[in-house]
Design a protein around this ligand. Sequence first.
Ligand SMILES: C[S@@+](CC[C@H](N)C(=O)[O-])C[C@H]1O[C@@H](n2cnc3c(N)ncnc32)[C@H](O)[C@@H]1O
Length: 208
Amino acid sequence: MLDLGCGTGRVTLAVALAGCKVTGVDPNGSRLEAAQAKPNAGQMEWIEGDSTAIPPGYEFDTAIMSANVIQEILDDAELARSFADIAHHLVAGGRLAFDSRDPMGRGLEAWTKERSHKAVQLPEGESQQWYQTTQVDEANGLVEFFANEVGADGTENIGCGTLRFRSEEHLRSMLSQAGLVVNEVSGGFEGEPAGQGIGSLVVTAHKP
Ligand SMILES: C[S@@+](CC[C@H](N)C(=O)[O-])C[C@H]1O[C@@H](n2cnc3c(N)ncnc32)[C@H](O)[C@@H]1O
């Protein structure tokens, strides 16, 4: 299995422990290092880079991009390349699954300090965390935000990022251009109809 955008290996390791041969790929070297430092990480393969770093000749029966990886790929041309590389490395009948927040779900409207604030219990004490949207480009689905955290000792950490929200129609069109056939688009992980789930688009597709 290919875990593209594996990050710190959260899903990669779980899948490997379930008995699956898995390759984790991620362009963020420090995330990959954190993955490789985890127990049992030596049992799987890790590649630093994006989809273009997958060596020629590699074949997978399944590929995943879990936890909104595609939203971090802002440029459509780059996402098209990722889908095309996945299609290239899938065996005939092989499957791709990914999730992406649904722009119709309007979940980002809750990304204010008041609505997103939560207290998280950590070994060192209680940490306060919240998101704040700073700019929304509705036409292109681009959302800039701050991720704020105030630790138990009062230390403040502010990260920022940009995500792209793509509609179901947009994703279907990009998958089709990559030669992949959509099996299902759900609104959540329990197979809910799109628009009636958790504000996500959960997509499965296959290579014919
Ligand atoms: C929200 S994390 C999800 C990590 C992991 N899939 C999980 O379920 O925990 C998104 C990941 O996508 C990665 N990413 C960003 N751009 C990417 C690209 N072009 N190709 C592959 N991964 C990318 C980031 O480095 C980050 O680790």
